[in-house]
Design a protein around this ligand. Structure first.
Ligand SMILES: Cc1cc2nc3c(=O)[nH]c(=O)nc-3n(C[C@H](O)[C@H](O)[C@H](O)COP(=O)(O)OP(=O)(O)OC[C@H]3O[C@@H](n4cnc5c(N)ncnc54)[C@H](O)[C@@H]3O)c2cc1C
Length: 167
């Protein structure tokens, strides 16, 4: 059981969770962020179209984000949150079941779920060998880079509404 009550617990340390954590820390809130190392864009070979960070590797972006959060006083721990309970009007308890912190509980007045989403990729042999390299799902993320090649892309990208991103 944790000894202190945090102002906020953030579940998920992707770009969304880390952005929330950074601002909470900048507002001098006691923030605890759970980092479970399986970012959505792990197959990406460079983040595209993110202003000021074009081409950065996803792992580097997250590493920098984690450092910015901790530099501002935020606490990041590696652990997978497996249970969330509201134990009072103004109090949440989260418990971990995997990662470096196992079987512990932490409490906070506020809770942010920034767990992202999971892509359902085609069940086709070798898919992950090419995903993010020559197979792409998002015209916003990679369309420009593959504009002259015949890269396979998701169904969404083939429709006239190709500008609709799946991200
Ligand atoms: C192949 C690919 C390429 C992409 N390329 C680009 C690009 O070029 N440009 C661009 O702008 N966007 C790109 N994207 C989209 C981008 O990755 C997402 O928009 C972004 O990752 C969403 O951030 P997020 O923080 O919401 O979620 P995520 O990045 O998925 O982060 C959520 C985090 O929460 C963690 N988590 C989940 N459940 C728990 C739990 N119970 N306990 C603890 N932690 C948990 C996950 O492990 C994960 O690390 C790409 C996506 C993919 C799949």
């Amino acid at each position: 059981m944790s000894e202190q009550i945090y102002d906020c617990i953030v579940v998920g340390a992707g770009p969304a969770g880390l952005s929330a954590s950074l601002f909470l820390a900048r507002y001098r809130r006691r923030v605890l962020t759970f980092h479970h190392n399986s970012p959505r864009n792990i197959y990406s070979h460079g983040v595209h179209g993110f202003l000021g960070h074009h081409g950065i590797m996803p792992t580097e972006l997250l590493e920098r984000g984690r450092k910015e959060v901790t530099d501002h006083g935020g606490l990041i721990v590696e652990g997978c949150v497996t249970k969330v309970e509201r134990i009072a009007d103004d109090l949440f308890r989260v418990s971990t079941g995997d990662g470096k912190i196992v079987g512990q509980s932490f409490e906070a007045h506020r809770l942010i779920l920034a767990t992202g989403l999971r892509d359902l990729t085609p069940d086709c042999p070798g898919f992950t060998d090419f995903y993010g390299l020559s197979v792409h799902h998002c015209p916003d993320c990679d369309g420009f880079e593959v504009r002259t090649s015949a890269s396979p892309c998701s169904d969404t990208a083939k429709r006239p509404s190709a500008s609709r991103s799946t991200c």
